[in-house]
Design a binder for this molecule. Sequence first.
Ligand SMILES: [Mg+2]
Length: 273
Amino acid sequence: MKILQVFSLISTLLATSQVPDLHIPNQIHLHRPDLHIYNQIHFLRPLSGSHGHDIPGVSCSSWRLAVETNNIIGWTIVPEECVNYVGHYMLGQHYRNDSKVVTDAALDHAKSMNLTGDGKDIWVFDVDETTLSNLPYYASNGFGSTPYNSTAFNAWVLEGKAPALPESLKLYKSLLSLGIKVVFLTGRPEDQRNVTVANLKEVGYHTWEKLILKNSTYYSGSTAVVYKSKERKKLEENGYRIIGNIGDQWSDLLGTNTGNRTFKLPDPMYYIS
Ligand SMILES: [Mg+2]
């Protein structure tokens, strides 16, 4: 009888537990392998409707799924009621686990290809929230709950302190070992080339075939889909074969010349068309 009572008590606690407010640290070193990880946040079970009870916040997982599957598009900020949810997702293990599923599938695909070894097999990586992580910035700026501030974000970029997304760095190294060359294709403007090169090298990306940044004059007013499609087309016109293409935005993966396969990394913090 006592066992049943204890079980019932635990069930009640799980079903009614409230998610604590996020306490966002000023400095986040989550993805720096040389620094101690101190801000791991618990897994998301309390937000996922345990025991079939209706727990406030559960709809945010549906919102995130719709965002990741490109069913909700054109959104400008994370809904207010989902900010805590997104914060937990990004800083906890869930984001990392989801990223690993994507990069593992990407590597399986690369290994399945018959590579020619002629130096023309390439993999296209987006940069922000793919190769590099701006999570330290977003964690200090509401996880996408406030409108994009180009001044503040560019100031962060120019610090050159974005850590690598570890799963992408591992994929990058594995692809190089298979003989696939890497092309970085980013919406960052040309005037951020030097800091981007330094940042990439600092966190472990030491070599690449090309680093393509956006020519703000030529592509003035163009969407990311148009810009990236045109640049991928140029690559193919120069004889490269795009074995794979990975990014956190659908605009990295849609359009033309998208490659043999595309891989979508999670990003519930912002949307780029
Ligand atoms: Mg990106």
